[in-house]
Design a protein around this ligand. Structure first.
Ligand code: ZN
Ligand code: ZN
Length: 308
């Protein structure tokens, strides 16, 4: 009879064979997200919004290609490793003021596109004006986005600010290697930047085949977490999977009866070009179903501002 391994041993085995991290490729991550959003936008009830987010992702891609390799602060990394803390933790990481240049490039790219709707171009122009004349206001807006404390009147700017912050953090994370990221960081948050994950994907191919990875909406790092485990409270009891009847294959919500939350899980074998942010955004019908069933989302989508 096969021996059933206790949980600790299963994780021990995982560390020997399964890559614990998937670091972002700066040359493809936002480009592929933009393409995926365009694909998902076809015949979708939220078509206009998904198309705009596709434009935003394409602008993120273009912006990221203009940046030179970041310098890694080895001393900071060593300190984080010593304390088992995410090296790019936003609350402990002083943003380089140059991130505002990233934002300016991103907004200029959007503002110069003739396929971006007027309302979005107006927001981009307004933010560009603030970047030039009131950079301290932009810093405060970025802090408010990161701490989920944005004033209601500013919510239309959220996706644009988050998009710039995503480029900034993804650029930094793409320069790191596995050895820069501690093995045992706190459960449930990105081991690289401490953000809550947006969704998870069961990958196909190579040594990650069949393994589930959580995705960071900020620095784009993915990290392995065993399946049938609540990604919010780590419970392994009362985990259920929900899908839309007759809906697309490979899209489920993983719910937990211990903490009454859910997070989506996508199966790459059914959706080869799945993207953790795009597919989450395009499956809002599943969020409605989960809300009706009495479960709360454990964290939001970076491109859709929701009141905390
Ligand atoms: Zn992260
Ligand atoms: Zn839970």
């Amino acid at each position: 009879m096969p021996r059933i391994l206790p949980r600790g041993e299963i994780e021990g085995l995982d560390h020997t064979s399964i890559p614990r991290l998937r670091l972002p490729n700066p040359h493809s991550i936002f480009k592929e997200r933009g393409q995926r959003l365009l694909h998902l936008a076809a015949d979708h009830p939220a078509q206009t919004y998904l198309q705009l987010m596709a434009e935003l992702s394409a602008a993120q891609h273009q912006t990221l290609q203009t940046l030179s390799s970041p310098v890694i602060d080895e001393q900071h990394i060593a300190h984080a490793l010593q304390h088992g803390m995410p090296p790019l933790l936003s609350s402990a990481w002083q943003r380089d003021p140059n991130w505002q240049k990233i934002m300016a490039t991103l907004l200029q790219t959007l503002a110069s596109s003739n396929t971006v709707p007027t309302a979005a171009q107006e927001i981009a122009a307004q933010l560009l004006h603030q970047l030039k004349h009131e950079p301290e206001v932009i810093e405060a807006l970025a802090d408010a986005v990161l701490t989920q404390q944005l004033a209601r009147g500013d919510s239309g700017k959220a996706a644009f600010i988050m998009a710039a912050l995503q480029v900034y953090w993804t650029h930094l994370a793409s320069a790191l290697s596995h050895e820069h990221i501690p093995l045992n960081t706190p459960f449930g948050v990105c081991p690289c930047c401490g953000s809550l994950p947006v969704s998870s994907i069961v990958r196909v191919g190579g040594s990650a085949d069949g393994c589930r990875y959580l995705s960071c909406p900020r620095c784009s790092v993915e990290w392995h977490v065993v399946r049938v485990t609540c990604t919010h409270c780590e419970s392994t009891d009362g985990i259920f999977y929900h899908g839309i009847e007759d809906g697309p294959a490979g899209i489920k919500a993983e719910s937990c009866d211990s903490c009454h939350t859910y997070r989506k899980i996508f199966y790459q074998k059914d959706q080869l070009h799945v993207d953790p942010v795009a597919d989450d955004l395009a499956s809002l019908a599943l969020d409605m179903l989960m809300g009706e069933a009495g479960y709360e989302r454990s964290s939001g989508n970076p491109l859709l501002w929701q009141e905390p």
